[in-house]
Ligand binder design. Structure first.
Ligand SMILES: [Zn+2]
Length: 94
Protein backbone atom coordinates (compact mmCIF):
# COMPACT_ATOMS: atom_id res chain seq x y z
CA UNK A 1 0.00 0.00 0.00
CA UNK A 2 1.36 3.40 -0.90
CA UNK A 3 0.46 6.64 0.75
CA UNK A 4 1.33 10.26 0.22
CA UNK A 5 1.12 13.22 2.49
CA UNK A 6 -0.70 16.27 1.17
CA UNK A 7 -2.10 19.20 3.11
CA UNK A 8 -1.15 17.40 6.28
CA UNK A 9 -3.42 14.51 5.41
CA UNK A 10 -2.44 10.94 4.98
CA UNK A 11 -3.98 9.96 1.68
CA UNK A 12 -4.39 6.45 0.52
CA UNK A 13 -3.79 5.61 -3.09
CA UNK A 14 -5.81 2.46 -2.86
CA UNK A 15 -9.55 2.59 -2.33
CA UNK A 16 -11.75 0.21 -0.40
CA UNK A 17 -12.99 0.37 3.14
CA UNK A 18 -11.74 -2.99 4.35
CA UNK A 19 -8.22 -2.36 5.47
CA UNK A 20 -5.90 -2.18 8.41
CA UNK A 21 -4.30 0.92 9.83
CA UNK A 22 -0.86 1.44 8.30
CA UNK A 23 0.39 2.79 11.62
CA UNK A 24 -0.68 0.06 14.02
CA UNK A 25 -2.61 -2.50 11.93
CA UNK A 26 -5.70 -1.67 13.93
CA UNK A 27 -9.24 -1.85 12.60
CA UNK A 28 -10.39 1.07 10.48
CA UNK A 29 -13.85 2.54 10.81
CA UNK A 30 -15.68 4.74 8.26
CA UNK A 31 -16.46 8.07 9.91
CA UNK A 32 -16.60 11.77 9.18
CA UNK A 33 -13.92 14.07 10.52
CA UNK A 34 -13.26 17.79 10.71
CA UNK A 35 -10.29 18.79 8.61
CA UNK A 36 -8.55 21.98 9.72
CA UNK A 37 -6.17 23.94 7.49
CA UNK A 38 -4.16 26.89 8.74
CA UNK A 39 -2.88 28.83 5.76
CA UNK A 40 -1.20 32.20 6.34
CA UNK A 41 -3.29 32.75 9.45
CA UNK A 42 -6.54 31.96 7.67
CA UNK A 43 -8.10 28.94 9.21
CA UNK A 44 -10.48 26.82 7.21
CA UNK A 45 -12.42 24.11 8.95
CA UNK A 46 -14.02 21.55 6.68
CA UNK A 47 -16.64 19.59 8.53
CA UNK A 48 -18.04 16.14 7.75
CA UNK A 49 -15.16 14.90 5.61
CA UNK A 50 -15.56 11.17 4.99
CA UNK A 51 -12.55 9.31 6.33
CA UNK A 52 -11.39 6.07 7.81
CA UNK A 53 -10.41 6.37 11.43
CA UNK A 54 -8.35 3.78 13.26
CA UNK A 55 -10.19 2.45 16.29
CA UNK A 56 -6.88 1.75 17.99
CA UNK A 57 -4.66 4.81 17.46
CA UNK A 58 -7.12 7.34 16.01
CA UNK A 59 -5.12 7.92 12.83
CA UNK A 60 -7.23 9.41 10.00
CA UNK A 61 -7.06 8.26 6.41
CA UNK A 62 -8.76 10.06 3.56
CA UNK A 63 -9.51 8.43 0.24
CA UNK A 64 -7.76 9.95 -2.76
CA UNK A 65 -11.04 10.96 -4.44
CA UNK A 66 -12.15 12.71 -1.26
CA UNK A 67 -8.76 14.41 -0.96
CA UNK A 68 -9.07 15.82 -4.48
CA UNK A 69 -12.51 17.25 -3.73
CA UNK A 70 -11.22 18.61 -0.46
CA UNK A 71 -8.40 20.36 -2.25
CA UNK A 72 -10.85 21.87 -4.76
CA UNK A 73 -12.96 23.15 -1.88
CA UNK A 74 -9.93 24.66 -0.15
CA UNK A 75 -8.78 26.34 -3.36
CA UNK A 76 -12.25 27.76 -3.89
CA UNK A 77 -12.33 29.33 -0.46
CA UNK A 78 -8.65 30.24 -0.17
CA UNK A 79 -9.27 33.85 -1.30
CA UNK A 80 -11.75 34.46 1.45
CA UNK A 81 -10.85 37.33 3.79
CA UNK A 82 -12.52 35.66 6.71
CA UNK A 83 -10.18 34.69 9.50
CA UNK A 84 -11.96 31.47 10.32
CA UNK A 85 -14.10 29.80 7.70
CA UNK A 86 -16.26 26.77 8.27
CA UNK A 87 -17.25 24.72 5.23
CA UNK A 88 -19.48 21.68 5.31
CA UNK A 89 -17.99 19.08 2.98
CA UNK A 90 -21.21 17.13 2.57
CA UNK A 91 -23.25 20.23 1.65
CA UNK A 92 -20.65 21.51 -0.83
CA UNK A 93 -19.65 18.29 -2.53
CA UNK A 94 -22.58 15.89 -2.35
ZN1 LIG B 1 -3.90 2.68 14.00
Amino acid sequence: MSQILRNGLTILRQGGDKMDCVMCKGLMEAKTINHIVDKDGHITIVKNVPALVCKQCGENFIDNSVAIKLEELLNKYSNSNVEVLIVNYIEKVA
